[in-house]
Design a binder for this molecule. Structure first.
Ligand code: ATP
Length: 308
């Protein structure tokens, strides 16, 4: 039996994010295309006498933004998997964080997925993929994708997943923001925007659908084609809440990106470029303009055990 397990889980971006009309219960039906990219959090669990959490963050992350008590989603993941397995005891949790916090890249979800997988391995409970998926869905809409990785279409709350065929590697340049955006606030702003413009925009669909062109571009492995069809319904409300993001988008596109898109609920902006050289050039250019910039590629694997 192992006593320590480390799991690595990736950030995501949404290549397409269609948000349907809000229902009476506040639920927004989604149709989205996720891609896991090479920016990771590592979660290490060790059996312990008392629970604890240690956090180590990349220099562009403010550790103060991450709850270290029961509010941390890693602890919620521990509770959920304990309830399912009937397992008692405590764990020491270490999180090595490189995914921006509240950046629209599902960093918390990655930590939750990593914690579930690490527990399963540490305790030898052998929960199958389906059981882990159902626990993940209890923790949040993006958590099942963090387990799965690759490129996938998500419907429902984003948690009903089917893998999408993608050829080759796509190159991304990420412009980070200092302050995060709250996902519920961005959805609320979208609802207000739709209400304000009820007479001049088409009504939001009850069930949104992914543009077929996105899936074709992924199958072809063609970044130029994909750039034409990146789409995010949350981009307009995110720009409304953070008007400075429009300048970031413009700066990246002027500097040679094929396209830029707000990642999920933002405020990270993801630029798609043609290849690794173009990514480096764009990184240099945006960094000179005082942006914090990271390069990443996708698709990459979902959560996996890296030690233990
Ligand atoms: P998504 O794209 O899934 O909407 P996000 O990437 O915008 O999420 P997260 O980084 O997941 O946002 O964080 C959202 C909030 O969750 C944070 O503001 C933070 O207070 C809280 N949180 C709880 N646990 C964690 C964790 N392990 N890592 C990051 N944030 C966490």
């Amino acid at each position: 039996m192992v006593s320590t397990v480390s799991v690595r889980a990736a950030a995501k971006i949404n290549l397409h994010l269609g948000v349907g009309a809000v229902r009476d219960d506040g639920f927004h039906p989604l149709d989205t295309v996720y891609q896991a990219i090479s920016l990771y959090d590592d979660v290490t669990l060790t059996g312990a006498v008392v629970p604890s959490l240690e956090l180590e963050c990349a220099d562009y992350i403010d550790a103060g933004d991450v709850p270290i008590g029961g509010g941390n989603i890693a602890f919620r993941a521990l509770e959920v998997i304990r309830a399912r397995t009937g397992r008692h005891g405590h764990e020491a949790v270490e999180i090595l964080k490189s995914i921006p916090v509240a950046g629209g890249m599902a960093g918390g979800s990655a930590d939750a997925a990593a914690t579930l997988l690490a527990c399963d391995h540490l305790w030898g409970t052998g929960l199958g993929r389906e059981e882990l998926h159902s626990l993940a869905a209890e923790l949040g809409a993006d958590v099942p994708f963090a387990l799965m990785g690759g490129t996938a279409v998500g419907t429902g709350r984003g948690d009903a997943l089917s893998p999408a065929l993608a050829q080759g590697t796509f190159h991304w340049v990420l412009a980070l923001s200092e302050a995060g955006l709250s996902t519920p606030e961005v959805y609320a702003e979208l609802d207000r925007h739709r209400e304000r413009h009820v007479n001049d925009i088409a009504p939001a669909p009850e069930q949104p659908t992914v543009d077929i062109e996105v899936l074709q571009a992924l199958r072809a492995g063609d970044p130029h084609q994909l750039a034409e069809y990146l789409h995010n319904d949350l981009q307009a409300p995110a720009l409304h809440l953070e008007p400075g993001l429009a300048r970031t988008l413009e700066a990246g596109e002027k500097a040679g990106a094929l396209a830029g898109i707000v990642s999920g609920s933002g405020p990270t902006v993801a630029f798609l470029v043609a290849d690794a050289d173009a990514a480096l050039e764009l990184q240099v250019e945006l960094s000179a303009g005082r942006h914090t910039v990271i390069r990443a590629t996708g698709p990459v694997h979902g959560a996996r055990v890296v030690a233990g």
